[in-house]
Design a protein around this ligand. Structure first.
Ligand code: SAM
Length: 298
């Protein structure tokens, strides 16, 4: 199989397996080999210019990930009783700083909640965009009735979509009370009704090995320690469970590159399948971001 490259020359909608043997270096292209599998093909033409287009919502620069990494890089976890003196004081202060950063991020997302669904991919109000997401996700999730954890579920649009269209049993988690309030409103009449919890997605209060699918869209990038968080998410999966991540590297600089994210998943799982989501239909219009989906089935 020939070598292909992730980055600007990444093949559109190709299905890839990442070669984890090469070391992490985001500047250079990574060698990957094609998977002998096909992903569901797009059933949509490019988004109709005349249809409503709110444009992609770029996560705010000051949200969790960048703040956290800047504020307390390397000083977590913080609670060893054996620590004494100044080390303990330093760690206590880092802990407070971490809590403040989380609170700030949560306040910020609380404020975002009101307008969040105006972005085409958030609210899925345009039936063409909604259909595109349903056609993308439902085949990955499988037979009706799958238990799905939607981590950082926001206003619960994907949770509701999967329940309505796939009859899946969804548990959404988000730390923003405003997001969750809207998610509950949105799902009030949905059958089977998704359940929502207000909690930190980096430590979801969900039983281990109890979901067939862990889904997360546009949240992993914002975690203080994506690797550690990912490990926790994987622990939620029942044997044979599937991890579905939709992430991006936004043109404002935040986010995770596809190669970074694939390597992260590959460090914890054997199977890593990457699909670029560069069809405008998902976003309600053109975007210059690197947006993609990673599926890991084992
Ligand atoms: C870009 S939005 C994505 C929402 C949803 N996944 C979607 O695709 O529509 C990011 C969401 O992650 C949530 N979030 C960010 N950090 C979080 C954390 N540490 N714990 C729980 N939720 C978090 C925010 O409140 C927000 O709702």
């Amino acid at each position: 199989m020939g070598s292909l490259y992730i980055g600007s020359a990444f093949p559109v909608s190709a299905m890839m397996r990442i070669d984890h043997s090469s070391h992490m270096d985001h500047e250079r292209p990574h060698t990957i080999s094609t998977l002998g599998m096909t992903f569901p093909r797009w059933r949509h033409s490019r988004h109709d210019e005349a249809s409503p287009r709110s444009g992609p919502k770029i996560p705010p620069k000051s949200s969790t990930g960048s703040c956290l990494r800047g504020a307390i890089a390397g000083s977590w976890p913080l609670s060893s009783p054996k620590l004494a003196g100044s080390a303990w004081v330093e760690l206590r202060s880092a802990s407070c700083k971490y809590r403040r950063v989380i609170e700030d991020a949560r306040d910020l997302w609380d404020r975002e909640a009101e307008t969040f669904d105006q972005a085409a991919d958030h609210g899925l109000r345009d039936p063409v965009v909604r259909r595109a997401w349903a056609d993308l996700l439902l085949p990955l999730i499988g037979e009706p009735g799958r238990r799905v954890a939607d981590l950082g579920c926001g206003t619960g649009t994907l949770s509701a979509l999967l329940a309505v269209e796939g009859q899946h049993l969804v548990h959404g988690v988000d730390f923003s009370t405003e997001m969750i309030r809207r998610a509950r409103e949105k799902a009030a009449k949905v059958v089977p009704r998704p359940v929502f919890s207000v909690a930190d997605a980096s430590e979801p209060p969900l039983p281990p090995a109890s979901f067939e699918v862990v889904l997360c869209r546009h949240v992993l990038w914002a975690m203080r320690d994506p690797s550690e968080t990912l490990q926790r998410w994987i622990e939620l999966l029942a044997p044979g469970g599937v991890l579905v991540l939709i992430e991006g590297k936004w043109s404002n600089g935040v986010g995770l590159k596809a190669s970074e994210c694939a390597r992260l998943v590959g460090s914890l799982r054997a199977d890593v399948q990457l699909q670029m989501l560069d069809d405008d239909v998902y976003w309600g219009g053109r975007t210059d971001d690197e947006r993609y989906l990673i599926l890991s089935a084992s």
